[in-house]
Design a protein. Structure first.
Length: 380
């Protein structure tokens, strides 16, 4: 039965992982017959627009648009609100008072479930939808009954191997280099593991002077890490290329350019302390690039072709905000994985691609979104 869905997340035109997911699913869920409108807490203010057939409502005075959500819900005559964001930033009681039915498509990046997530779920009574099997397990162990829907990617149009990969590598000056990519938002001082990955690269480069670290992220961020100073202090500035801050902040880097950037890399590092999903890991593999990840949270299940940095129980990191555990990756173990990648990465490109195809958006739509929405409708 068709459902009128209000979707709270980044705007579909926003150049971010959540923006891409919003753009994909607003379109794909319409293909199932549902009427989808988006509320953008990021990427739109003060006006309504239509993006590729999807009505996009602006946020309000509240950072997460919670003040204006009930109005948009009524205006769209919605049956269901789906939030794609960190659930713990929301006010469960406030959402419940708004008279809305809602489900949280939520990242879980620590183990056990963080107390802030627990508070929102208990107070608001929204239905959790896990985006990873890790999240599904952690939510279940906390006493909830989550649905499961993973992120999906445009693996047949945008994120696919480059046909002219060697030409692009030559054009970029990468032909004789071992190119290691890092792709992540620099908006947290610890979680993305920039310091550990940069330090591991510094160790690796001592043996392999042909190595190059290319970073698609903001060089500096008030909430994150000063990557320029980090590279300077490690003595690797001449072997590190960090993204253009203006282009990233202005949001003028198209998905096709990100896919090309991922495709020319020999390996992608994503050794964070915890990932609710880790979209770059999947997008890199879709482009044929194997990955190095921390063997923790969603990263473990998304590493289809590559190397996992093992985590010793003594290397866990206490996140005082969530009152739960992350995993801190070892610099030396990351460096050891880089050594393996240096020898083996070329032979894993097809395996990476084949694995990522399991998360193609059309497959996720039929295998996961369709039954999840039917379950939500049965509950109503």
């Amino acid at each position: 039965m068709p459902v009128r869905i209000l979707w709270l997340s980044n705007a579909p035109h926003a150049p971010s992982g959540y923006g891409r997911q919003t753009r994909i699913w607003a379109k794909k869920l319409r293909e199932l017959g549902h009427d989808v409108a988006v509320v953008a807490f990021h990427g739109l203010q003060s006006s309504v627009l239509v993006h590729e057939g999807t009505v996009v409502y602006p946020g309000g005075d509240d950072q997460w648009a919670q003040d204006i959500l009930p109005g948009h819900y009524q205006h769209h005559r919605a049956d269901l609100l789906i939030t794609l964001m960190d659930a713990w930033v929301l006010d469960g009681q406030r959402l419940k008072r708004g008279g809305m039915r809602f489900a949280h498509w939520m990242p879980v990046d620590c183990d056990p479930l963080g107390t802030m997530d627990t508070r929102v779920l208990d107070e608001g009574e929204g239905q959790p939808i896990a985006m990873s099997r890790f999240g599904e397990r952690v939510l279940s162990e906390a006493g909830y009954s989550p649905l499961y829907v993973p992120h999906g990617i445009d693996a047949q149009g945008t994120f696919e191997p480059l046909k002219d990969r060697e030409e692009w590598r030559k054009k970029l000056g990468f032909s004789s280099r071992f190119v290691i990519g890092v792709h992540g938002a620099n908006m947290d001082p610890l979680r993305k593991g920039f310091a550990e990955m940069f330090a591991a690269f510094a160790l690796f480069r001592k043996k392999h002077p042909d190595a190059l670290l290319v970073v698609h992220s903001r060089p500096r961020s008030a909430q994150g890490t000063d990557l320029v100073t980090l590279a300077q202090r490690l003595g690797i500035t001449d072997a590190v290329k960090i993204g253009d801050e203006y282009s990233i902040v202005a949001g003028i880097v198209p998905d096709t350019e990100i896919a090309r950037w991922l495709g020319v890399c020999d390996v992608l590092m994503n050794c964070s302390y915890g990932e609710g999903f880790g979209l770059a890991v999947l997008e890199a593999q879709a482009c044929g690039t194997p990955v190095i990840t921390t063997d923790f949270s969603a990263m473990s299940e998304l590493t289809g072709a590559g190397w996992k940095v093992q985590v010793d129980p003594t290397e866990l990191f206490w996140n005082r905000g969530h009152s739960s555990w992350w995993a801190r990756p070892s610099v030396r173990r990351i460096a050891a994985c880089l050594e393996k990648a240096y020898a083996q990465a070329p032979g894993l490109r097809q395996k990476a691609r084949d694995f990522a195809l399991g998360y193609d958006a059309d497959r996720v739509l039929t295998e996961f979104w369709k039954p999840a929405l039917e379950s939500l409708e049965d509950a109503r």
